[in-house]
Ligand binder design. Structure first.
Ligand code: FES
Length: 241
């Protein structure tokens, strides 16, 4: 039971974001075979879908679960999701606004209680008992009317710096971005933004290195990846999941 719970709580598949690097070839006036690449920024919303098959606590009113969501921008990546009467769902950061200890999941008559100094909060994060003075950070939670709730984490934005580099026989495109711990990153290349064949790109970690990697785990630091595009133009997508 505990093992199954832990597996569910650490699932990454539902939280996915991506960012496009726009790229073009000769038409940009930089000569055939050269890719002109521009830095991009994304302020994206990541959606974490919680099926009630996985989180059975949410099948009934007053059910509540505390779980870890890798990659959300907080020193505490735990959230508490609670179902209240009338199909009201609330998702809040578990990080107590007093000294940062994780609050417990909701209990009827108690609310969300911090085990450190016993601050209490309502299911929607509103503080009702000190020493905490401010409410828990809340996230939008949307019920699909039947079997799942989706929690949104806005502004997971990150920027990608891109540049063309000469490397041996061919040019490569360098992609540089800051990673988040607990997330995996991969690169896809395709002909148009919303369509075309999408192919997972192999990359290296140095300008002239072997193009042998297909994904890399984030550790909170900035990484530089090098890909060797085979087409004159296209779009690069960095997948984060
Ligand atoms: S850290 Fe939560 S009440 Fe002090």
């Amino acid at each position: 039971m505990m093992m199954a719970m832990k597996r569910q709580m650490n699932r990454r598949g539902a939280l996915r974001t991506l960012v496009f690097a726009s790229v073009c070839g000769g038409a940009c006036g930089v000569g055939p075979g050269r890719w002109f690449v521009s830095g991009v920024q994304a302020g994206e919303t990541a959606v974490f879908r919680m099926s009630f098959d996985d989180f059975s606590q949410l099948k009934n009113s007053y059910g509540s679960v505390r779980l870890n969501v890798p990659g959300i921008p907080s020193s505490s990546s735990q959230i508490v999701v609670t179902r209240m009467p009338g199909n009201q769902f609330y998702a809040v950061s578990a990080k107590c606004t007093h000294k940062g200890v994780a609050v417990d999941a909701f209990k009827k008559g108690v609310g969300l209680r911090c085990p450190a100094h016993f601050s209490q909060f309502e299911a929607n994060g509103k503080v009702v008992k000190s020493p905490a003075r401010s409410s828990l950070k809340s996230y939008k939670a949307t019920y699909n009317g039947s079997d799942a709730v989706s929690v949104e984490f806005p502004n997971l934005g990150y920027s990608v710096a891109t540049e063309f580099v000469e490397a041996g026989a061919g040019g490569r495109v360098k992609l540089e971005f800051k990673t988040l711990s607990g997330m995996d990153y991969s690169v896809q290349v395709r002909g148009t933004v919303n369509g075309g064949e999408s192919a997972r790109a192999q990359f290296s970690l140095s300008p002239g290195g072997s193009l042998s990697k297909s994904s890399i785990g984030g550790d909170g630091n900035t990484v530089s990846l090098y890909i060797a595009p085979t087409e004159d133009a296209g779009f690069i997508t960095i997948m984060r999941e």
